[in-house]
Design a protein around this ligand. Sequence first.
Ligand code: DC
Length: 213
Amino acid sequence: MTAVPVIAIDGPSASGKGTVAQLVAEKLGFHYLDSGALYRLVALAAMRAGVPLDGDERLASVAASLEARFEAGEPVTGAIRDEACSIGASKVAAWPGVRSALLGRQRAFRRSPGLVAEGRDMGSVVFPDSGLKVFLTATVEARAERRYKQLKGKGITATLSILLQDLRERDARDAARSVAPLKQCPDARFLDTTAMSATEAAQRILAWYRGGE
Ligand code: DC
């Protein structure tokens, strides 16, 4: 039996990996997993239930009982995308109990004909046997600019310098944690999208997947 193929796309916040991963999934007719959304949902559920973000046990049970159903193309609520939730997600993601509670839920997305999964540890922990692993990044300035435009487009007021600082703090937290830190896998391809559109980045990944350069 051949395993269902997985393309793992990991990288820092606001690198554009969500848009790129969705384009690749669409092109191949594959399923799509936005693993960051699960961490965001845990943060949102915890904040709403008054569970502090600085303890593993209660957060892990929030994660285990999460009622989350995602379908490709389904619009995600605004609440999990706001800055408070972005910061909260990065905090809850540092707890090992939360990460292991979400493991099975993420692996369940691996269904025929294939999966494009994006996050921080898709290639290293969740789908280590992925056929293609990509580390997708861009400079922190380019990422802050993209997030700024994205928020503005949604009518949300934001300050570029604050977004830049939030991103730097989140990068540091995601890279410094002891479980599944954000880092490039030795077997991942590096893709810097600072000077690239999402379509160009998706084309590059598709070419790698199809065996071209
Ligand atoms: O990709 P994102 O910005 O939506 O992710 C939100 C937070 O969740 C991010 O700060 C780190 C965490 N995360 C993680 O630790 N592992 C993943 N696979 C995906 C996200």
